[in-house]
Design a protein around this ligand. Structure first.
Ligand code: NCD
Length: 370
């Protein structure tokens, strides 16, 4: 069934990618999501039923709601954040202690709206909200009216009507949180939209890098793997290059098309892992996103042979280089178990840092960034 929640997730980013750019347009994304919603059989049937009762009102349902600018405190992406806003969030995150509850958001209702699988992001947003005294509720595609064909926006209006003060949202379509933010008057936090952005992950990664490396100055970082399909990589590219980090993207052309170098100023693309690792301080590995490969032929054995992070390859990087991965990790694919559990790995620390970082994001969203 074609509907808002399973609209072709490739319709926005790769279409523009094949045209020689990786640019993201919120308008095009919104159109793709709305059109998909309108062509859902369940939605059409419901609209026809409603139209019989009140023809004029339901002819163009979404035209009834003008587009607005997102509510203050929304976090939709890293691309348009100023460097000082990022530093402000990181500073706030450093002051957050998940072990010591602070009732900054007492009584606030935060909805975790997840149209896609999640372990780390969902649980850390939930613990972050609760550590600040907020009330949370989880709405997932299965077990909610989304399963019955309710559109993204109708779900948003419903959650607002029950009293949501903020929505943390993950969706397989690029632009879905932007669409929501343009139609609701409460802050929307993007917890990952298709292959577009994952801002809270980029912030917790920056938090982790600064914990281990003290400053971004003079840093060299390398992202290895499925960059094309990765919202984590996109947000990391935007963030790290804003602070002058020298960033190299490494992988086969199927995962790192040449056009990826245009994502942010100063990016370098290489196909050779040895070349990418030399002199690097930070190595960020990515999962091969099988669910987003859409018929692309990539032989995993070839990928492992050329790009898997092994102990021997890790020696090519700086001695004190850190190994990062947003998770979920697939041992034996993008990295070996020895590297995952080795002394240079900060993968568990990244997960740990997700809670204070998301506490800062939520406090800022609800105007309590003190
Ligand atoms: C990632 C995601 O879902 O974007 N994980 C995460 O949020 N930590 C990366 C992935 O799925 O590989």
């Amino acid at each position: 069934m074609l509907s808002c929640q399973n609209v072709a997730r490739h319709s926005v980013v790769p279409a523009s990618c094949s045209a020689g750019t990786l640019a993201f347009s919120p308008e095009a994304a919104a159109r793709a999501i709305i059109n998909a919603g309108q062509s859902s059989p369940a939605r059409l049937a419901r609209l026809q039923h409603l139209a019989a009762a009140s023809p004029a009102a339901y002819d163009a349902p979404f035209a009834l709601f003008p587009m607005n600018t997102p509510a203050r405190g929304s976090l939709l992406g890293i691309e348009h954040l100023e460097a000082n806003e990022i530093l402000g969030l990181l500073k706030l995150a450093r002051r957050m202690n998940p072990q010591k509850a602070r009732p900054l958001l007492r009584g606030k209702r935060i909805v975790l709206l997840f149209y896609e699988a999640s372990t780390r992001t969902r649980s850390s947003f939930e613990f972050a909200a609760k550590a600040l005294g907020a009330i949370t509720t989880l709405v997932q595609s299965s077990g909610s009216s989304i399963e019955k064909g309710e559109s993204v926006l109708d779900t948003g209006y419903t959650l607002r009507a029950v009293g949501a003060d903020c929505i943390v949202m993950r969706h397989p379509s690029a632009g879905a949180p932007h669409l929501m933010a343009q139609h609701l008057d409460i802050p929307i936090i993007n917890a990952g939209d298709g292959m577009h952005e994952h801002p809270s992950q980029a912030l917790l990664d920056a938090f982790t890098i600064l914990k281990h490396k003290k400053s971004f100055q003079g840093l060299q970082a390398t992202i290895v793997g499925d960059i094309l399909h990765s919202r984590v990589a996109r947000s990391a590219c935007y963030l790290l290059t804003k602070f002058g980090v020298k960033l190299t993207l490494c992988g086969p052309p199927e995962f790192v098309p040449d056009v990826a170098a245009t994502l942010a100023p100063g990016l370098r693309v290489t196909r050779h892992l040895e070349d990418a690792l030399r002199g690097t301080d930070v190595i960020m590995l990515l999962r091969v996103q099988k669910e987003r490969l859409a018929g692309q032929k990539i032989r995993l054995q070839d990928y492992i042979a050329r790009y898997q992070m092994t102990t021997a390859r890790l020696k090519l990087a700086k001695r004190e280089a850190i190994v990062m991965h947003p998770g979920p990790i697939i041992r034996g694919l993008e990295l070996t178990a020895e590297v995952a559990d080795g002394s240079q790995s900060v993968i568990v620390d990244e997960v740990h840092n997700g809670v204070p970082t998301r506490m800062a994001i939520l406090a800022r969203a609800l105007g309590k960034a003190k």
